[in-house]
Design a protein around this ligand. Structure first.
Ligand SMILES: Cc1cc2nc3c(=O)[nH]c(=O)nc-3n(C[C@H](O)[C@H](O)[C@H](O)COP(=O)(O)OP(=O)(O)OC[C@H]3O[C@@H](n4cnc5c(N)ncnc54)[C@H](O)[C@@H]3O)c2cc1C
Length: 384
């Protein structure tokens, strides 16, 4: 490693790689540091792989803005660069009249967020679109889809590398010290502890982002950065029933706690997966408890009556790095340069849970403008 680099990105998940693709320009020295053997081994490969639309987030929130912008960017990136994706569309289903009334609010919220093509459906229209789904009404969200996340991460990494970025695997950031106008970063790798200097740091450390912020001397409790871990398990629908629907099927969102409620997602082969559930945990443990099968069945059978308990098998789990406590309403992403904490050029990304995958290209652009400012460099760049 050279003595001083311009930009150090901590974490090679989809968000860190999207930032790298955006800030690398062939002239800046950009390092991406990843503690694992390869990119995308944590939350970015343990999710539903969905391109969200932005109906569920409050107007003006970073989640809403980056999700809607990211949705359009992802379809365009996928088309131009041959990354697998399918615009499947989604139904948010109401199973009784009180839920049907809430669909109006959801429609309104989606329109405020500029989500295009939203439409309320009658039971007959639901039946025509999805004969196996039972609902008294539904909101149709045409812009939701499924994406090949590895393909997307591979694209971001290749673009960053083409523009001179370097990636270090098995390189865990263990210390950050402010030295004058720069930062000294210490990395633990196979050779021991390696210090180097950087002008800008972007903390994209996912489940460890609060710990990385703490390394820089931030009081994470006072700043409101202490993460909760909220586990989401998935069950697969086995056998001939795994293609019962063509679209993503969501229940009405839950008012409290992280996660939208167990829904029906599809993989790129069109096979159904149920999840993710929401369970606050203290440890990172990706095992799936087979005893949770009943919970999945009970959640989905209301709107997918032909499912039976025996159709379900445990699949996988992911963990949300969330700022939202179990009883709290929705919290937003925190993305900020920490100048007001005496750390100019230290950009924190905290609580990048769903829709972080969808938002990644927009987050990349948003962070790039902060990085430009920190480096005193206002060159405009566009992702492509
Ligand atoms: C169950 C579940 C379902 C989801 N479904 C969707 C969905 O369908 N659509 C959607 O838009 N979003 C979804 N999300 C959210 C999305 O997956 C995340 O927002 C996104 O993957 C976050 O990416 P990231 O790069 O911030 O984090 P990560 O992918 O976790 O990457 C962070 C990286 O930082 C590295 N790191 C950590 N500490 C250090 C250190 N000290 N030094 C070096 N490296 C370090 C880690 O090893 C890791 O590779 C879901 C999330 C979950 C949990």
């Amino acid at each position: 490693m050279s003595l001083t680099v311009d930009i150090t990105i901590i974490g090679a998940g989809v968000v860190g790689l999207a930032v790298a693709a955006q800030v690398a320009d062939g002239r800046r020295e950009v390092y991406i540091l990843e503690k694992n053997d390869s990119f995308g081994q944590e939350t970015s490969s343990r999710n539903s792989q969905l391109i969200h639309s932005g109906v569920f987030y409050p107007e003006g929130s970073l989640k809403a803005k980056t999700c809607v912008e990211g949705n359009a960017s992802l379809y365009s990136l996928c088309q131009r660069h041959g990354i697998g994706c399918q615009r499947r569309g989604k139904l948010v289903v109401a199973v009784d009249n009180s839920e049907a009334e809430q669909l109006e609010t959801l429609l309104q919220s989606g329109r405020e967020n500029n989500v295009e093509g939203l439409r309320l459906l009658t039971p007959k229209e639901v039946e025509e679109m999805e004969p196996n789904v039972k609902a008294v009404a539904a909101l149709f969200v045409p812009s939701a889809g499924v994406i090949d996340v590895y393909g997307l991460m591979g694209y971001f990494l290749a673009k960053a590398r083409e523009n001179g970025a370097r990636i270090g695997y098995r390189s865990k950031v263990v210390a950050i010290d402010k030295l004058g106008s720069q930062y000294q970063v210490t990395v633990e790798d196979a050779s021991g502890y390696v210090p180097f200097s950087t002008r800008v740091i972007v903390n994209c450390a996912g489940l460890n982002c609060d710990q990385v912020a703490e390394l820089a001397g931030i009081d994470i409790v006072r700043a409101g950065y202490k993460l909760y871990y909220c586990k989401g398990e998935y069950f697969r629908v086995m056998g001939s029933k795994n293609k019962l629907v063509k679209r993503l099927i969501y229940p009405m969102p839950r008012p409290r706690g992280a996660g939208l409620g167990i829904h029906v997602t599809l993989d790129l082969e069109g096979k159904m997966l149920l999840g993710p559930s929401s369970q606050y945990v203290d440890e990172i443990d990706y095992s799936v408890d087979s005893q949770h099968k009943q919970l999945f069945y009970d959640s989905v059978v209301k709107y997918l009556p032909c499912i039976q308990l025996d159709d379900l098998e445990p699949e996988m789990a992911g963990i949300r790095p969330t700022l939202q406590g179990p009883e709290a309403g929705l919290t937003d992403f925190v993305i900020r340069d920490e100048s007001d904490k005496g750390l100019p050029g230290f950009v924190n990304l905290i609580g990048i849970e769903s829709p972080g995958l969808t938002s990644a290209p927009a987050i990349g652009r948003y962070v790039a403008s902060m990085v430009d400012e920190a480096l005193g460099d206002a060159r405009g760049k566009s992702q492509g």
